[in-house]
Design a protein around this ligand. Structure first.
Ligand code: ZN
Length: 329
């Protein structure tokens, strides 16, 4: 086995996965530390997670937002365990909504460098930061699920001389110069968020009204012979679709698209191709997706590495990691 693949595997495969597994912080492994040292570092992250605490740039959450977070957690446990992940409940204390009138220097820089980012998972602080005010509760729910899935993804750090460094997050692998699989990880996370939306959003009382309104608009588009296929795809994929009044009268549809659309297209093509080349091993493309999804939660990482190697040859796993990767400054 190649060293690169070994590094990707990292965690021992579990033989039993029927039990509901839980964790106390997002960090599951510390590499390069003695078992005692690993425990100390993990405890430090657990403490950070438990403390929650408020952020200097945080605004108060509404009752509706708190209810939404509770509802999402309720179903996330089942969903994460379905993909063999170890569930971490994320209380509203660990989710921070930024008040743009009181941002500190650090947050100001993050916002300036990422103008279109709705939110992010802050590993070091064990928090989710929500940067922009969502125009609709379905869009907020979409952003929250995406970040809560990052939070629940497999994570490890390396203990070094000058402190700890990120090692793996989902299927991302961090080196000094490159984050391998960065965008593939994002694509899988958003595809998971989409599946979560379809499975559970309609069950949540707080979302039911908006789900019904979205369904009405999307169904009318899907059933119309006047609508182009490309618009139907857009409607089916969107986090939300609304009808708005135009300035000069009349109405128009507005699609609130899911992020990482290009990366998700590339993932789809990769899955289609792997499925075609390994038809005897899988009964559907979704089976192939499941291998990618389980790798994000730390299981079957070696299975994914081997599948790619056996399909595309020696070295392909690394190359794909680079093409979906991001160079670090
Ligand atoms: Zn993301």
């Amino acid at each position: 086995m190649e060293k690169f693949e070994q590094k990707f595997e990292e965690k021992k495969e579990k033989t039993v996965n029927s039990d509901i597994k839980v964790r106390k912080s997002s960090i599951l492994k510390v590499v390069g530390a003695t078992p005692e040292r690993e425990e100390i570092i993990k405890k430090r992250f657990e403490k950070k997670f438990e403390e929650g605490g408020s952020h200097i740039s945080e605004r108060e959450k509404t009752a509706e937002e708190i209810e939404l977070i509770e509802e999402l957690n309720k179903y996330l446990s089942e969903f994460v365990n379905k993909y063999s992940g170890e569930f971490l409940e994320i209380p509203s204390e660990n989710i921070c909504f930024i008040d743009h009138d009181k941002v500190d220097v650090e947050m100001k820089l993050i916002i300036e460098n990422n103008p279109s980012m709705g939110g992010f998972f802050y590993l070091g602080k064990q928090k989710i930061i929500i940067l922009s005010e969502a125009p609709n509760i379905l869009i907020l729910a979409g952003t929250l699920v995406h970040e809560m899935l990052h939070f629940n993804s497999y994570q490890s750090i390396t203990k070094g001389e000058g402190g700890s460094k990120k090692r793996k997050m989902g299927i991302r692998m961090f080196s000094d110069k490159m984050i391998y699989y960065n965008y593939l990880d994002e694509a899988i996370i958003e595809e998971l968020a989409k599946r979560f939306d379809k499975l559970y959003f309609h069950k949540m009382p707080i979302l039911q009204q908006e789900i019904a309104s979205r369904k009405k608009i999307v169904d009318s588009l899907l059933n119309s012979s006047m609508v182009l296929d490309v618009t139907k795809d857009l409607a089916e994929d969107a986090r939300h679709v609304s009808i708005e009044q135009k300035d000069g009268g009349g109405k128009r549809r507005r699609f609130f698209t899911r992020p990482y659309s290009m990366e998700r297209q590339r993932l789809k093509k990769l899955i289609e191709d792997i499925y075609l080349k390994n038809k005897e091993k899988f009964s559907s493309e979704e089976d192939v997706f499941n291998i990618f999804a389980e790798s994000v939660f730390g299981r079957h990482a070696l299975k994914l590495a081997r599948l790619i190697k056996n399909t595309y040859g020696q070295g392909a796993f690394r190359t794909i990691g680079e093409t979906f990767g991001e160079k670090r400054a």
